[in-house]
Design a protein around this ligand. Structure first.
Ligand SMILES: [Zn+2]
Length: 481
């Protein structure tokens, strides 16, 4: 882990940002007094500008990241960017056509920072800016220090997707300040981050939204483990990758959700308030250091000796399968969505009437609750193609945010066959064309190729060039091309 400084020469009309603080010009610094300043850098910048015909069309921006960081957190972006202030510590950056919408969507960011500081301790990075990337960005977010990258699919117009911001913010402590020593301990970065993210969501959006977040996490890890096989080594918290194995193949919700479950388990043993102070102390103790699973275990046992026997650490770390502890939450909001799913399953000819009666209630549900409803129906597989079409169109799900449309497609596409209304194929095509976030793109292609292999592969062939290379590689594997 090292600090860095940078001088970036770029076209004057564009903006450059890095995972760092904008610094002062080299000319204002004193060589010899500033440990980050190397005389040759200043010379290089001067020569570079001269070789480009002077500084009329080129500008230099300087950056400092004084906190030592691992190399995966060095990030740079150059583009036509504007910013809007979200508060004293935070701004959002985006292309001009997006920046106003982004400003509205991420208005809760400062509140999130306050909650995160209360839980995790001092925020050491100075600023927490957000940058909205183009639609091909393959992830929900990336926690680059000072400058979190986010996908534009978070801009849903209803602030329903901003838990991703809480997640990336939590990485300012778990991941960026205390970093997993190797990727075998990746679950510490992600599990503790999901734990803190959920605490932030509970505090800002309420316990109902928090409960749904936990239920979604549980469903997600269950689905991923089913896909691998419940005894597959990729379902262990500390997976052993074999030589030549691509880490992208083992990537799943396991380190995130199973990791978070371990922290919920620890909290259930030592209590909520003690957990909060223990986590703050943990971040202070290991700040600017790396951490292994064994060191984390030793730390928690030293703080609270009863954890040695009350937590079966080696099973948690090394055994495959579902988490040994399911976090407790108020099941009522989740149950309401599950109940509506079973009403649909027994509605038969009364489907249209049911849709009519429940339309207003469903419209008022948060986005994540609609997804629980849709995912329950997908898992049970009891509805016909016609019933799903009535449901999807009646509730207006085809014009909802990408998260809901992706859940719709997991339910609708598997029921499609030749001769039926092509609406689900059209919806799938629109979703994989407008964005390239793997969370939505991969499951949509997987469901599509199962019922319409040629259509899915043709669409991918035409769109492949618009995806990020990682997304393109993974979808190609999913499609067998
Ligand atoms: Zn993360």
């Amino acid at each position: 882990q090292i600090p860095y400084s940078a001088s970036v020469v770029h076209p004057k009309h564009l903006t450059t940002l890095m995972s760092a603080i904008k610094g002062v010009a080299l000319s204002a610094r004193v060589v010899g007094e500033d440990p980050l300043l190397d005389r040759s850098v200043s010379t290089w910048v001067h020569e570079d500008l001269s070789s480009r015909g002077g500084s009329n069309e080129w500008a230099v921006t300087y950056f400092d990241q004084p906190i030592p960081i691992p190399p995966y957190l060095v990030a740079i972006v150059v583009g036509e960017l504007e910013s809007r202030s979200l508060g004293p510590r935070s701004s959002v950056w985006a292309e001009p056509s997006v920046v106003e919408k982004a400003h509205w969507e991420f208005a809760d960011t400062e509140k999130m920072i306050d909650v995160a500081i209360d839980r995790c301790g001092e925020y050491r990075w100075g600023v927490f800016d957000l940058l909205v990337l183009p639609p091909s960005f393959p992830y929900g977010g990336m926690e680059n220090p000072c400058l979190t990258f986010v996908t534009p699919t978070l801009i849903a117009g209803d602030r329903s997707q901003t838990a991703v911001v809480a997640h990336e913010l939590a990485h300012s402590w778990s991941g960026n300040l205390v970093t997993n020593a190797t990727w075998e301990h990746f679950w510490i970065n992600e599990g503790l981050t999901v734990f803190t993210e959920t605490k932030i969501v509970q505090k800002i959006f309420g316990m109902e939204t928090g409960a749904i977040r936990m239920e979604e996490g549980w469903q997600h890890v269950h689905d991923d483990m089913n896909r691998f096989g419940m005894d597959h080594r990729f379902t262990c918290l500390c997976p052993r990758l074999q030589i030549g194995e691509d880490p992208d193949d083992s990537f799943s919700s396991v380190p995130y959700e199973k990791g978070a479950s371990l922290f919920w388990h620890i909290e259930s043993v030592i209590g909520e308030d003690v957990m909060k102070s223990t986590i703050r102390h943990y971040f202070d103790t290991f700040a600017l250091k790396t951490i292994t699973s064994e060191a984390l275990r030793e730390y928690f046992i030293k703080q609270h000796p009863k954890l040695e026997t009350e937590v079966n650490w080696s099973r948690w770390f090394h055994e495959p399968g579902m988490p040994l502890f399911k976090p407790k939450y108020d099941a009522a909001p989740v149950q309401e969505a599950v109940d509506l799913a079973s009403q649909w399953e027994s509605a038969g000819d009364a489907a249209a009437a049911l849709q009519h009666q429940t339309k207003a209630a469903v419209a008022s549900w948060p986005s994540s609750k609609k997804c629980v409803f849709l995912n329950t129906l997908s898992k049970n597989r009891k509805l016909s193609f016609e019933s799903v079409s009535t449901l999807v169109n009646g509730y207006g799900f085809t014009s909802c945010n990408a998260e809901i449309r992706c859940s719709v497609l997991s339910l609708w596409l598997p029921l499609w066959k030749d001769g039926l209304d092509r609406a689900p194929l059209t919806l799938a095509h629109a979703l994989v064309k407008e964005q390239g976030r793997m969370k939505f793109t991969r499951p949509t292609y997987r469901a599509w190729v199962a019922v319409d292999p040629q259509g899915a592969r043709d669409a991918f062939a035409a769109l492949q060039g618009s995806y990020h290379p990682i997304c393109s590689k993974m979808v190609a594997r999913d499609l067998g091309v």
